[in-house]
Design a protein around this ligand. Structure first.
Ligand SMILES: CC(C)(COP(=O)(O)OP(=O)(O)OC[C@H]1O[C@@H](n2cnc3c(N)ncnc32)[C@H](O)[C@@H]1OP(=O)(O)O)[C@@H](O)C(=O)NCCC(=O)NCCS
Length: 156
């Protein structure tokens, strides 16, 4: 695969991001207005480019006076899965958290999302809590947390 590049999302990337969002999350997908807001906010919104295309993205949420960085969303276009792109994005999140002084990264993931749970475990996240009926369809979430100082020596 051509060299991947991770860079900040801009409004011109919105159509490609929305297409991936729709592919990945269907009825639960963020709409154009929500995604536009997230791109324009001060939060890190990163895209992964591969073969000169937008292959995936990751959204991180920072809150004032909160030392936990939230990994809000990550998605890779089906054509680009299994190539280590999500892994690179999560490593980038750890790097950002470390540089910005966050002590932890937290996220919620569907308990039945085996690919995502495996990804997060592999990167060092641990299950902290099961959140009953967290999603619209009644499915549970797993809150997973990573201690930044234990994982911030990644060479990214
Ligand atoms: C989950 C997702 C982001 C993984 O993206 P990816 O780029 O294919 O993942 P990577 O290639 O970086 O894989 C990294 C690790 O994740 C795990 N993983 C990825 N896909 C997996 C799968 N289908 N089954 C099991 N584990 C998987 C593995 O541990 C893998 O490491 P390995 O290759 O050494 O086995 C992708 O499948 C996706 O976009 N899914 C739909 C959206 C989604 O569910 N987002 C997460 C919401 S919380």
């Amino acid at each position: 695969m051509a060299l991947e590049i991770i860079t900040e999302a801009r409004l011109e990337h919105l159509p490609a991001i929305l297409q991936i969002e729709q592919e990945c999350f269907g009825v639960d997908a963020f709409n154009r207005r929500q995604m536009r807001y997230l791109i324009q906010s001060q939060n890190p919104f990163l895209i992964a480019m591969a073969e000169e295309r937008i292959a995936g993205y990751m959204i991180l949420l920072k809150r004032k006076k909160v030392t936990v960085l939230r990994l809000y969303a990550i998605a890779i276009h089906p054509e680009f899965r299994g190539k280590g792109l999500a892994s690179s994005l999560v490593e980038k999140a750890i790097q950002i958290a470390s540089k910005s002084g966050f002590s932890k990264i937290s996220l919620e993931v569907r308990t039945d999302n085996q690919a995502a749970v495996s990804l997060y475990r592999q990167k060092g996240f641990e299950a902290a809590k099961r959140l009953s009926q967290y999603y619209k369809d009644g499915k549970d979430a797993l809150r997973m947390v990573l201690n930044v100082k234990d994982h911030s020596n990644l060479n990214v």
